[in-house]
Ligand binder design. Sequence first.
Ligand SMILES: *Cc1c(COP(=O)(O)O)cnc(C)c1O
Length: 737
Amino acid sequence: MLNSTATTSAARLSVKLPHSLKRLADLAYNYWWCWTADQVSLFETLNPDEWERCGHNPVVLLESIAYNRLTQLAIDPQYIKRLNLVVEKFDRYMAAGNTWASRVAPQISKEHPVAYFCAEFGLHESLQVYSGGLGILAGDHLKSASDLGVPLVAIGLLYRQGYFHQRLNQDGWQEDYYIDNEFDRLPIELMRNEHGDAITVELQVRSRVVKVQIWRVRVGRVDLYLLDTNRDDNDSIDRWLTGHLYGGNQETRIAQEVILGIGGVRALQALGIEPGVYHLNEGHAAFCLLEVSRLEIQRTRKSFYDIEAAVRQRCVFTTHTPVPAGHDVFSADLMDSFFASYWPQLGLSREQFLVLGARRLGDPWEPFGMTPLALRLCRAANGVSELHGHVSRQMWTVLYPERSEDKVPIGYITNGVHATTWTAALIGDLYNEYLGNDWATKAVDPAVWAKVDHIPDAELWQRHQILKERLVAHTRSKLKKAREGRGEHWDYIQAADRVLDPTILTIGFARRFSPYKRGDLLLRDADRAMSIFANTDRPVQIIFSGKAHPADEEGKRIIQRLMEWCKQPGIWNRVAFIEDYDMHTARKLVQGVDVWLNNPRRPLEASGTSGQKVCFNGGLNCSVLDGWWCEGYQADANGKGLNGWAIGKDAHTSDQKLQDDIDSQALYALLQDEIVPLYYDQDEHGVPHGWVKMMKASIKTNSPAFNTHRMIADYVTQVYAPGAVTEVGRSLASIPS
Ligand SMILES: *Cc1c(COP(=O)(O)O)cnc(C)c1O
């Protein structure tokens, strides 16, 4: 019988709570609460200030809250009523048997669930084991899988310090620092055996055996298992193997990927879980294919080449980057030092082994690539948008010399976002009223979204304005703290309270500061930018946020340019940069902006998801036609945007400078000729009806397509279901969007 501290952790916490509040402990240990609006407010009500201070971590909140306050609420009939309603909803949710997946894909069973591997998971800001888009997508994947009842378990790593935190110094230069995740204060549980000892698996990392322990995170009905080497019976260096997300050098990287891939398969085995499908979300986890093969060889006593097809039948792969350098590769030397004792267990020679990861056969200098390995040993492979599918087929034709590009077996399933995670409660309430209480479960149905037309303009606009005010408040408080932290002048700290104005047209731009995302494209013509933003009649303001990878000097320079811009006299109150982008700031931004700006160098954005979050809240996208926006954007016969705006054309040149000029000019023109006039065309009550019409068009057209319920349904029916796909590339490539 397997156990976890789950019961003990929640039980230990509940002992400290007054009788009528005990179930709060169960809720605190399941992230279901974070996508259930009434539940969030249940924690917040306990003590709003403490809730902010503890980073929205319900376990810390409940541990630290004054007993006085608890006893007060324990006899507050209003609060108890709310709590009991949520608990009832939670118990019903957890117990539900008749789910979408049980009806549509009964062949995916609880006995043989999907095992979803990813290097990062972004469930909530209180669990810092994510860096950006890939992690958020994985988090949303789990939430929708839970909602739809898909039997799925997930495997990742529990990083001692997560991804780096960002601080900007007085020169606007990014400084990196780390904060310890205190595992025993997180809503997670160590998996233990019947003797109460941690369940561990062992694996060889270079010359040493490393012990890995397993933590469980409850995500509704889905369990996420996170692997951790920070044990005192490991060598002190090995305890840091799971120290940082995307930190360290190639050697750390390969070690982490060995732990994720090989350790992950062993962990599932140790937990008694026998997956029916292994889903590798990005190449980081591809070593899992080797371990699945090794186990199959051990079981059948056949050769690698005899079991290869059976392994392939169980494994599927999603690739996430159109940037060639974004695909992990390891030198043959590095592979030797990690796998010299492993390939004999597969019955392979060194050459036979290394060829599995080669891009080009017959080149002895080829490094070992995780994507080629995954493409060779998975039955299905997909990119994350239609355009990205196309780019991926182009990029990997090299592996399929006998095929034409359009026959390369990589399809696409366009990314989405989890609706109730990203929709503001204020807007969600409107949807409850006008679309029906089940709008979120029916998020894929365009007929549900068509009812958005019934919402009176003024009502939608008023709620949107409130959210914008909250965004302004959030930004000011972040600015103030950052300025205090850097020891800025007192006047400048106080001035943070006068930055931004919620009545002004507000643009948001937040994402990783990789150079290809062109965070400073808007500054290309500084005078023109100034004339738009500092315009006295019809001003515009913009909020930036995002980190540059610690090794990315160019990305850091882009941030520095923006910080300089923020200090310019004519514009200091129209531009803000929020430090240390995370899911909390992301929610405030996507829920509060009028316009979401995205101007990557086409076609380097695989999908992008932040713009999709904006749609659910009525914000409008202004984006280069890249990633998902190629599928989302709709124009009228004259080429004018109906549900947002397209910067430039559905094409690109290979001349970067020229392209930057074209795109920045197109962006200025859009702002001056279309976006600003439409926003400021308001009636006597300040409602811009033309604008609200576009908000509604955006909600109606984008929401049904770009949510993770639709995405999970695609994965289940087209990828996971056994026998659904024999050769995925061909059938996936023909999926209508
Ligand atoms: C949604 C999100 C992302 C991904 O945004 P992109 O549009 O893919 O760049 C990154 N970070 C956070 C915190 C997010 O919430």
